[in-house]
Design a protein around this ligand. Sequence first.
Ligand SMILES: *[C@@H]1O[C@H](CO)[C@@H](O)[C@H](O)[C@H]1NC(C)=O
Ligand SMILES: *[C@@H]1O[C@H](CO)[C@@H](O)[C@H](O)[C@H]1NC(C)=O
Ligand SMILES: *[C@@H]1O[C@H](CO)[C@@H](O)[C@H](O)[C@H]1NC(C)=O
Ligand SMILES: [Cu+2]
Length: 674
Amino acid sequence: MATSMVKLMLFSALILLSLQAVVSVTPLHFQHPLDPLTKQEISLVQTIVQNKYPSSSNRLSFHYIGLDEPEKDAILKWESIKPTVITVPRKALAIVIINSQTHEILIDLKARRIVSDNIHSGNGFPTLSVDEQVVAIELPLKYGPFIESVNKRGLNLSEVVCSTFTMGWFGETKDRRTVRVECFMKESSPNIWVRPISGLTMVVDLELMKIVQYHDGGIIPVPTADNTEYRFSHQNPPFGPRQHSLATHQPQGPGFQINGHSISWANWKFHIGFDPRAGIVISLASIYDLEKHKSRRVLYKGYISELFVPYQDPTDDFYYKTFFDAGEFGFGLSTVSLVPNRDCPSNAQFLDTYVHAADGTPLLIKNAICVFEQYGSIMWRHTETGIPNESFEETRTEVNLVVRTVVTVGNYDNIIDWEFKTSGSIKPSIALSGILEIKGVDIKHKSEIKSDQHGILVSANSIGVYHDHFYIYHLDLDIDGVANSFEKTSLKTVRVTDGSSKRKSYWTTEVETAKTENDAKIILGLSPGELSVVNPNKKTSVGNDVGYRLIPAIPAHPLLTDDDYPQIRGAFTNFNVWVTPYNRTEKWAGGLYVDHSHGDDTLAVWTKKNRDINNKDIVLWHVVGIHHVPAQEDFPIMPLLSTAFELRPTNFFERNPVLKTLSPPDVQWPGCPK
Ligand SMILES: *[C@@H]1O[C@H](CO)[C@@H](O)[C@H](O)[C@H]1NC(C)=O
Ligand SMILES: *[C@@H]1O[C@H](CO)[C@@H](O)[C@H](O)[C@H]1NC(C)=O
Ligand SMILES: *[C@@H]1O[C@H](CO)[C@@H](O)[C@H](O)[C@H]1NC(C)=O
Ligand SMILES: [Cu+2]
């Protein structure tokens, strides 16, 4: 009886879950002005552009179709007056290559008309489309000189798989939309990335869609397929270690509600947007203050603006590998479906989303985002042993909310989490998995290495090339209001020289408020201190400015020289922290057109204006980096490597905001005696 009851409950929970999924894809809810474009809206963009530029007489491909975000003022007004009273413009931006020219087409979705249509004339090209890459990777298989190279190596052409790689920019003045194509051997293992056919240079012109440059630098053995398999169904025993199930059982159901793309959970409310380029976008995050009886804004908008991955091998095969994954390939376009029970725990709920194909057709990404609660550590505790005969303990369980997506760009998988804590912290984290980019070499053992191989021999004939992963977060914090300041609190040693203490030294703090952008360019390192965004117009009852502190990720600094082309393009990595005044168009830290970019539209360039940031609407940028010296454990597939930072309230609340929190009720497992 009890079990069938449980089954019934589970069954209805499943129905609820699937209903939730349906709700998320059909616009039954009231549309939020920050909601990602719907399937219908993407189709509308496609139709409007095709009507102006009929495909019978024009060659067009869509490289971006996304929400043209309303001005912040409009959103804030909408939010305060409530949705039914005020309408916010609903516009889409389409970046379309029409007859080899890049158009920025702004479309009013309500009026169903083109607002503006401008041709981009600066440097750089839009995000690549998946469709053109699919065509480009087929070209070598029909290209005589390549077939000859394959035959010369005794390889089977039917087992060759190719992939596209953006070319970067190395000072050329004449630019064409080109990509490099490299090929790999499939054969008995699907792990193509560790089996490159090295030594070939192939360049495809994407406008002409043909191979325009080819060079065979000589035969280098393709690494063996042995021990490169990672699919469970194709592996051989022994298996292990064994893992035991760990179900999260939520007898009262989930503690969060999803309404369209708006989430409410515990004391938090926020909106989940999605962009073909940025992927997941967290907006309008506010926390309810139990004492002030109101919701207080923390984050207006947060997302990953760019990911820069420069490889550190200067030779012909690799020098150009200086990727900008968000701008060149699109984090949204590269978002993959999450696997229930594996990528996200069994209590997760999923959101679907739409992106677009090169012809403008909407494409569904099922289970693109998951939301779930998980146990954290202890929220707070104390065991009191100091009161005679009255020892006791008070302890609170921490349950956090996680929003997760996975972005797979070629060989690498980026696990992107936004974790919310009831204590007021937001903890964004990045974790990497997937497969190393391997360079084939004629070396089977370390003892044969005579010169710098620019990486680590992770397997016979396989160099895992040195590289970095630099993510830059755009964090438009609005701490209890829009006007904020950026503060650096330095911890300084003070020497006692006047004999007033038995101590010879102590430390104290020194606070500086950044006046302009230059004051806020921070290289994190040895000098201890705290970085915070405060609202100088709002004070706590004892007079502190309300604020949020950045507890940064382990700092990573670029090692390339400032005059090196990739570093000019990726100059947003020059500092770990930057602050800019809010500007709706300054979204992409590496520039809007980052493929073949010249670095003339980066965060480093914008901030040269050294604008005023004191008591203004400001945006915090944080670079989260990983220097990757590969190791054998990263082969043939890499266990998660992660880094995180925290945005933590600092004098934002009057006291511990979870002082009166309720721990979750103890779980009585069905069928278990009490
Ligand atoms: C080449 O690969 C194809 C497809 O896997 C296979 O059918 C064929 O037998 C292979 N040819 C040789 C010569 O091994
Ligand atoms: C604590 O308990 C012990 C034993 O029950 C008793 O002897 C002692 O007087 C108590 N101390 C106080 C401060 O109450
Ligand atoms: C916003 O940023 C763009 C790009 O940096 C700049 O051209 C424009 O002048 C800025 N607008 C304002 C109001 O500062
Ligand atoms: Cu790496």
